[in-house]
Design a protein around this ligand. Structure first.
Ligand code: ATP
Ligand code: MG
Length: 383
């Protein structure tokens, strides 16, 4: 639905200048021949926050980071770092990366394999021509910070993926930048290590009161790590806010479908009564929603987060907002079951069922949905 996507982008564009901003993009674009990889984004990174850019491959995340540090120049708009304009093509202003006080960690880590851990981390300090003794002290402190105190003399080739990633973070932090830019820093790590370094990064960020601009296309990581989250799509910011707000109140179908799962039921609005919108589902069942100003007769999609649905084997005495389903497949995952459920309207949904009841494949069950859990969208609103 282009209309509301543009409305969300317009909101982001109209963002007020932010006193807390360490880094600010003002209507920044990066055009390549024929298209804009980044299309007029306005965005502030505030002191002491992790702001994440999340979006599908090719939406402009890396280009945005590269412009922040100056590896890429914007083609219009301007970038302001601590009140100083560092890139503004119209005024021919451009400050190179070494003049911007920002650390960066690339997706590939870019660790030099033939150099020791110490020399890898010392690199930004040597570029800045610091005294030898100062280099030693700062590198030692940075390695200590990321838990690599004992490994200074190891070669890059003698490190695990997780250790390389820590070296890259130490190198990004060693000159005490006030902004750290991270481009998918955990993508080469296995799931368990990823969870660990994610928590470590959070602790480090809080300790150092860093502002971090974080790029990922992993939504769990984005939800878990961010103070604020910006969903990007085709070079624009579709919605920005606290992770929980985007998760609970997506402004557009794209954001809705990008974050987490929904059970989606199609139906037609019957009318409003007692502050509720009544929706007749495709199979004739009725669902009340506590939101929605949609007119009777409107085709809608009623979207519900699966974790807000209550499942039971019995229909119950007052079956309001209860719909029927059948368990098609049932997998025991430990904390819960994962079940594929055929709903009576013909849709199949994947949900978790509690261990506290006994379930079996082929069994009929009931889905109880609170009216407050139902989000109504015009049916035409494809992502
Ligand atoms: N130097 C370049 N010349 C032409 N097009 C480019 C250049 N750099 C990036 N692009 C294009 O700009 C768009 C955005 O690229 P970018 O690397 O910012 O995406 P991304 O969001 O980081 O994607 P991914 O998640 O795959 O890393 C892509 O379509 C890409 O092909
Ligand atoms: Mg990228």
């Amino acid at each position: 639905m282009q209309g509301s996507a543009n409305a969300a982008a317009a909101t982001a564009q109209a963002e007020e200048p932010d006193a807390e901003a360490v880094l600010r993009f003002e209507a920044v674009s990066r055009r390549f021949t024929g298209f804009a990889a980044v299309d007029e984004i306005t965005l502030s990174l505030r002191r002491n926050e992790i702001l994440t850019l999340l979006g599908p491959s090719g939406c402009g995340k890396t280009t945005t980071l590269r412009m922040a540090i100056g590896l890429e120049r914007c083609t219009s708009g301007r970038i302001v770092h601590r009140g100083v304009v560092v890139d503004e093509p119209k005024k021919r202003i451009y400050a190179p990366p070494e003049a911007r006080d920002m650390g960066i960690v690339f997706q590939s880590y870019a660790i030099w394999p033939h150099m020791t851990v110490f020399d890898n981390v010392a690199f930004p300090l040597r570029v800045r021509k610091l005294e030898k003794s100062e280099v030693r002290a700062k590198v030692d402190a940075a390695l200590e910070m990321v838990g690599l105190g004992g490994l200074a003399e190891r070669l890059g080739t003698q490190l695990s993926g997780g250790q390389q990633q820590r070296v890259a973070i130490a190198r990004g932090l060693v000159f005490n930048p006030d902004v750290l830019l991270l481009d998918e820093p955990f993508s080469n790590l296995d799931a368990k290590l990823r969870e660990q370094v994610r928590v470590d990064l959070r602790i480090l960020q809080r300790e150092l009161q860093l502002a971090i601009l974080f790029v990922t296309h992993d939504q769990t990581e984005a939800l878990a790590l961010s103070d604020r989250l910006a969903i990007m799509r085709e070079g624009r910011i579709e919605q920005i806010g606290a992770p929980i707000d985007l998760y609970l109140r997506p402004a557009t179908p794209f954001v809705r479908d990008f974050l987490g799962h929904w059970v989606k039921l199609s139906g037609v609005v019957q009318g409003q009564a007692e502050g509720m919108t009544r929706v007749r589902l495709a199979d004739g069942e009725e669902l009340a929603a506590s939101e929605g100003a949609l007119a009777p007769g409107a085709d809608v999609v009623a979207a519900v987060r699966p974790e807000e649905i209550e499942f039971s084997a019995a229909q119950g005495a007052k079956p309001r907002n209860v719909i029927a389903g059948t368990i098609k497949t049932l997998l025991f995952l430990g904390p819960h079951y994962e079940a594929r459920i055929a709903i009576s309207n013909g849709d199949t949904v994947l949900v978790h069922l509690p261990r506290t009841e006994e379930w079996r494949e082929g069994q009929q069950l009931w889905l109880r949905i609170a009216p407050t859990s139902v989000r109504l969208w015009p049916a035409a609103s494809a992502a």
